[in-house]
Design a protein around this ligand. Structure first.
Ligand SMILES: NC(=O)c1ccc[n+]([C@@H]2O[C@H](COP(=O)([O-])OP(=O)(O)OC[C@H]3O[C@@H](n4cnc5c(N)ncnc54)[C@H](OP(=O)(O)O)[C@@H]3O)[C@@H](O)[C@H]2O)c1
Length: 279
């Protein structure tokens, strides 16, 4: 039986993928930073007829990652699949993002992935077997306006994993990136809760652009937004395929959008495309 560790399973993509990996026959250690939020996951698992092993894991803390990974290794002897899913956005341009918000965004989206991956790699390397899946985003390939810190963190994960992949492969470990566009989860509500009140001057210069961006985003979520289960399916595919791909862009529309990046080496068409919703 394969043992999978999934981070950030209290809601959304993490919740779906924990349940769906268990349905696919893996033993799933479903982690979240606050186990008092486990009711939605428990009821989904019950409905799906699967059992999960729930444990605490805050990806921003060395001690939490160490305790969780050590506990799994002690109880099961191995981790075959890790799904680096925990993440959170931050809305604002560089000028609107205080250093502390940047640090926090990097901490959960980038250092968290680094920490968890570093903790599971030694066992995978010794066994010459394992899979490391990281949920980045279309925003890890093609940056979106007002997502400067979030895209920086997701680009960082993309770079780290693209560098690791060929070396890990020679040690029997597959590295994959899962790259969704809009997904209807708690993500947007959490981002909105974390927004900082702008000063008058910031509001005057950025306000109309931010409003236009948010309108376009709302429309994108309403029209092309996927579900947590849609992404869960892709995660199961990457976790179980005989020879998994490095990159899983989760929808055709996102595939068309990111293709722009590769056809124009100047990058000008990407800046025009991502700015096309702004006044
Ligand atoms: N939704 C989208 O449109 C979208 C698009 C592309 C990529 N993604 C990526 O998909 C992943 C999952 O997001 P989602 O859409 O499912 O959003 P979500 O519903 O907000 O779920 C995010 C999960 O991450 C957890 N988390 C946050 N900080 C954490 C920490 N320090 N330690 C452990 N867990 C933590 C949250 O737990 P709490 O409940 O404790 O906060 C929650 O379980 C993220 O990496 C996100 O960047 C999302």
């Amino acid at each position: 039986m394969k043992i999978a560790l999934v981070t950030g399973t209290s809601t959304g993509i993490g919740l779906s993928s924990a349940v769906m990996l268990a349905q696919a026959g893996l033993t799933v250690v479903a982690t979240m930073r606050d186990l008092s939020k486990s009711e939605p996951l428990n009821s989904h698992a019950l409905k799906a007829g699967v059992k999960l092993d729930l444990r605490t894991l805050d990806v921003t803390t060395d001690a939490s990652v160490e305790t969780c990974v050590d506990g799994i290794l002690r109880d099961y002897g191995r981790i075959d699949v890790v799904v680096n899913n925990a993440g959170a956005g931050f809305l604002g341009t560089l000028e609107m993002t205080p250093a502390e918000a940047l640090r926090q965004t990097m901490e959960v989206n980038f250092f968290g992935v680094w920490r968890v991956t570093q903790a599971v790699l030694p066992g995978m390397r010794v066994r010459r077997s394992g899979r490391i899946l990281s949920v980045t985003s279309v925003g890890g390939l093609l940056a979106q306006p007002f997502n400067d810190a979030y895209c920086a963190a997701k680009f960082a994960v993309e770079g780290a994993m693209e560098s690791l992949a060929p070396v890990a492969k020679r040690l029997g470990i597959h590295v994959s990136l899962i790259e969704p566009g809009p997904v209807n989860t708690e993500f947007v509500a959490t981002v909105q809760k974390g927004m900082h009140a702008p000063t008058e001057s910031i509001r005057a210069d950025y306000g109309p652009m931010l409003e236009a961006y948010l309108n376009g985003t709302r429309q994108a979520f309403a029209t092309i937004g996927q579900t947590g289960d849609d992404i869960g399916k892709v995660i199961v595919e990457a976790a179980t395929a005989e020879t998994p791909h490095f990159r899983y862009v989760t929808s055709d529309i996102v595939r068309q959008i990111v293709a722009q990046k590769y056809v124009d080496p100047t990058g000008d068409s990407v800046v025009a495309l991502s700015g096309s919703r702004l006044p």
